[in-house]
Design a protein around this ligand. Structure first.
Ligand code: SAM
Length: 217
């Protein structure tokens, strides 16, 4: 598996998805197979989204690389993730920000919340990743503000609570749009209390973000 992981990371570097050493090192280290179902572990090093449980998917490795690169993560950052799935992306982010940083990740499906917690514990990331069961469109005010916020599910527009919970100088990344043909990855930088600058980073495909400030179930 380790050799397959290294080969995949080399491909992601060649294709320019991985651009920096911290993302390269983290993706070489985190065992993606530990964040998949027993039936799909053999496909861990294909660059594809793979089904998990409850009709959800683990994101494709190139998408995890894109997210981590755009977030420009640094050691010690406090990060909020919306959509834990089985916990892989959170583990990669935790590896990059190091033990002095922390990832808070919210999952709306209790079964996935429980499995991701077990996966993160088994792989040694439970100390700096906290999994929260709930509606991520409301964010997690208790630990705000965050240096970085990212969503791995697609909303109609960026949920207001997430904008409010972002630090000034912080960065938020979220897919926007429901239809798989019109989703776009939006990057928002908080410039001041009331000023945000947004950039459209192009087409992506994610599952819908379902919740009070997202899509209806
Ligand atoms: N981050 C995952 C990974 O490591 O590959 C991918 C997660 S999957 C593409 C998106 C997840 O978002 C699903 O598990 C889904 O249940 C979750 N989700 C959708 N709407 C949500 C919401 N409002 N709050 C929290 N989680 C949500």
């Amino acid at each position: 598996m380790k050799k397959n992981r290294e080969d995949l990371v080399s491909k992601l570097i060649d294709r320019d998805y991985i651009k920096t050493k911290p993302v390269e090192d983290a993706m070489k280290k985190v065992p993606r197979e530990e964040f998949m179902t027993p039936e799909t572990k053999n496909y861990a090093y294909l660059d594809r989204p793979i089904p998990l449980e409850n009709g959800q998917t683990i994101s494709a490795p190139h998408m995890v690389a894109i997210i981590c690169e755009i977030l420009a993560l640094e050691k010690g950052m406090k990060v909020l993730e919306i959509g834990t799935g089985f916990g892989y992306n959170a583990a990669v982010v935790a590896e990059i920000i190091g033990p002095e940083g922390h990832v808070y990740t919210i999952e709306r499906i209790e079964n996935l919340k429980n499995i991701s917690e077990q996966n993160l514990k088994r792989t040694g990331y439970s100390k700096n990743v906290t999994v929260i069961f709930g509606d991520g469109t409301k964010g997690y005010k208790e630990e705000s503000p965050y240096d970085r916020i990212y969503a791995t599910a697609s909303a109609p527009k960026i949920p207001e609570p997430l904008k409010e919970q972002l630090k000034i100088g912080g960065r938020l990344l979220s897919p926007i749009g429901r239809d798989t043909s019109v989703q776009e990855l939006l990057c928002l930088n908080r410039v001041s209390e009331n000023e945000y600058k947004s950039y459209n980073l192009g087409g992506v495909v994610f599952v819908p973000m379902i919740g009070e400030h997202g899509w209806l179930e």
